[in-house]
Ligand binder design. Structure first.
Ligand SMILES: [Zn+2]
Length: 144
């Protein structure tokens, strides 16, 4: 892979983000990030490249992405879906191409929608499971 340079613009202030070590933020190095010092907005890079994972995110956006991930990941961690079909389902709910369905790229409004649709799905599936005798079979097999 070539070491292509990326010009990453902060979506909040329009300045070019700096390519710095993440220890500037975390105190420990987790690899390189793009950082806007004005907005304290940042984003990580794809492993082994300088390609940013998405848009820089400020604290509020990071908080909402974290929440959206926790909520959505529950769907496939609990095996209501395989991971792949969970993302296809989410893409459909969001009206996005599955290739563009990355919570790490979502804005606050999109994150709120992820939480909303995931919760509705969980409420629905739990109603259905109750009707059909619950999830005890799955839990029992998981233990053994
Ligand atoms: Zn900025």
């Amino acid at each position: 892979m070539n070491s292509a340079e990326y010009k990453v613009i902060c979506p909040y202030c329009g300045k070019t983000a700096e390519y710095v070590d993440s220890k500037e933020i975390y105190g420990i190095s987790y690899g390189m990030i793009y950082l806007c010092r004005t907005c304290c907005a940042y984003v990580g890079c794809h492993r082994g490249s300088k390609r940013p994972l998405g848009q820089l995110a400020d604290a509020d956006t990071r908080k909402w992405r974290h929440r959206a991930h926790s909520c959505f990941d529950w769907l496939w961690r609990k095996r209501y879906f395989s991971r792949g079909s969970a993302y296809r389902w989410l893409a459909e709910q969001m009206g996005l191409d599955v290739k563009l369905t990355h919570i790490g790229m979502f804005d606050v409004e999109q994150c709120k929608k992820v939480i909303d649709v995931s919760r509705k799905y969980l409420i629905d599936i739990n109603k259905q499971l109750k009707k059909h005798g619950g999830i005890y079979e799955r839990n029992r097999t998981a233990k053994n």
